[in-house]
Ligand binder design. Structure first.
Ligand code: GAL
Length: 357
């Protein structure tokens, strides 16, 4: 019934045969500086094209919230019917989204939740709690804590950008599993720094993470004590952390690198894993949310049922936003070939020459 209602509405649309091809979709992306977003955006457009959408207004805010506000405003002016928004600052768009709602424009939060607004229709992301859990589980397992190792092991913590709601889910998922070992004294955080406020890296900036790691080493590890693990929630930060550790003399037979985690399976991190430096990354197959996002767009355009699988978790401060959570996977040196076998990466690409056979 809903489908027919949707079709009936579309009878007024300008192109009788391909209603979808005339609909303008706004795609608002946070930054080119994290490789992941390029792939998210390309996959999303691919799936939209498969459903017949051809008109996109694609804009990149380059990590400046005010730029994103302007870009979204322009999308509304240009007549976009649906906005796909991966936010820079999830809480900075309330006003512009109210304008969108006034014009009847539908809004999908992509990967990062849009906060403090009633004007978001749905959300597609990964199970962000499980991302943090996967990183913590990996550390616990590799330190042998789950099989009786007593430690104490030294660990430091990095968090994501404080303006990204995901950062809190990643941290909460991880710390819930690490805390019992910290309480027992089997894991020691020598800096005493916990939580987003102390460990957050604004804009997920790898250079800032590198500097923070430098400072932690100088302040807490120059007494000869060794760092055994670093909880890091994103590959772009992991690479910065590893550079810092190597500059400080880690990465030799006598002084191996600590276990460093990550997320996104970015090219540099997959190479680092293959080279035996970064230990782990959480692989999020971006094709999945892209596909769901395209289905959400289509449902919002046609007035049909929106695909969701979680209606309780993602409270944005005003309402619980109906969400579709995609599954995550764990990648390390033992199973990185999955990335190639699944077609997520193509080993024939020049970037993998001499690295992946
Ligand atoms: C998060 C996202 C991560 C990572 C990070 C830095 O919002 O969920 O996968 O990409 O941003 O860009």
């Amino acid at each position: 019934l809903l489908v027919f209602a949707g079709c009936a509405k579309q009878a007024d649309a300008p192109a009788a045969d391909g209603q979808t091809s005339d609909v303008l979709i706004g795609i608002s992306m946070p930054t080119h500086s994290d490789e992941s977003w390029l792939r998210h955006c390309e996959f999303t457009k691919d799936f939209l094209r498969e459903l017949g959408y051809t008109k996109f207004d694609e804009q990149w805010a380059e990590d400046v919230p005010a730029t994103q506000v302007n870009q979204i405003e322009n999308m509304i002016t240009k007549g976009a019917k649906v906005l796909v928004v991966a936010s820079v600052d999830g809480g900075a768009l309330t006003e512009v989204l109210a304008k969108a709602a006034k014009q009847g424009v539908k809004v999908i939060a992509y990967d990062r939740l849009l906060m403090n607004t009633p004007d978001v229709d749905c959300y597609v992301t990964f199970d962000n709690t499980k991302v943090g859990e996967a990183e913590a589980k990996y550390i616990i397992e590799k330190l042998g804590l789950d099989t009786g190792a007593e430690g104490p092991f030294n660990l430091e913590i990095f968090c994501g950008s404080p303006d990204d709601n995901n950062s809190y889910y990643f941290y909460d998922g991880a710390i819930a599993l690490l805390q019992p070992y910290i309480d027992e004294g089997k894991i020691v955080v020598k800096s005493g720094q916990f939580g987003i406020e102390q460990c957050g890296i604004q804009n997920w900036d790898g250079a800032v993470a590198q500097t923070r790691m430098d400072n932690l080493i100088t302040a807490y590890y120059s007494d000869g004590s060794t760092l055994d693990a670093v909880l890091v929630p994103y590959d772009g930060l992991s690479i910065g952390v590893i550079s810092s550790l190597k500059n400080a003399g880690y990465g030799t037979a006598d002084r191996p690198l600590p276990i460093v985690t990550g997320q996104d399976a970015e090219v540099a991190s997959v190479k680092s894993i293959i080279a035996g430096e970064q230990a782990q990354t959480v692989w999020k197959d971006f094709r999945k949310p892209a596909e769901i996002c395209a289905q959400m767009v289509d449902a919002l355009v046609k007035g049909t049922e929106i695909p969701v699988n979680d209606t309780t978790t993602y409270d944005n401060g005003v309402k619980v936003v109906p969400a579709y959570l995609c599954e995550v996977d764990n990648i390390d040196a033992s199973n990185y070939m999955k990335l190639f076998e699944s077609g997520f990466y193509d080993k024939a690409d020049d970037t993998w020459a001499g690295i992946v056979e």
